[in-house]
Write a protein of this length. Structure first.
Length: 105
């Protein structure tokens, strides 16, 4: 019953979402372009997130190091790298990334 309701109103909700996105973009000063480096860093962080969730920090570290090298001001990548080093029992490598994440947040 509900599935049919949502199926009929899908087009209306799609239009409303598009209108809401336009209003938000105008309200916040328009959309900004995403640089290719930023997107690559985000992709690396997403791949590392999968490894961290599977308890494989050793596989996440190279990805996160590359993401941090691309954008050292990304607190999420800094914090994720600190967590990965912590899980690998390497506190001396983790500590600077915890500090960087704390400053950036």
């Amino acid at each position: 019953m509900l599935y049919g309701f949502f199926e009929k109103d899908f087009r209306i909700s799609e239009v409303l979402c598009s209108a809401l996105a336009l209003i938000v973009a105008v309200f916040f000063g328009g959309a900004t372009a995403v640089r290719a480096e930023d997107q690559h860093g985000r992709n690396l962080a997403q791949q590392a997130f999968v490894f961290m969730n599977n308890h494989e920090p050793a596989r996440a570290v190279p990805l996160l190091e590359e993401a941090v090298a691309l954008d050292s001001n990304d607190w999420y990548c800094q914090f994720s790298l600190a967590l990965a080093y912590s899980e690998l029992m390497q506190p001396t490598k983790a500590f600077p990334h915890y500090q960087a994440a704390w400053r950036l947040d």
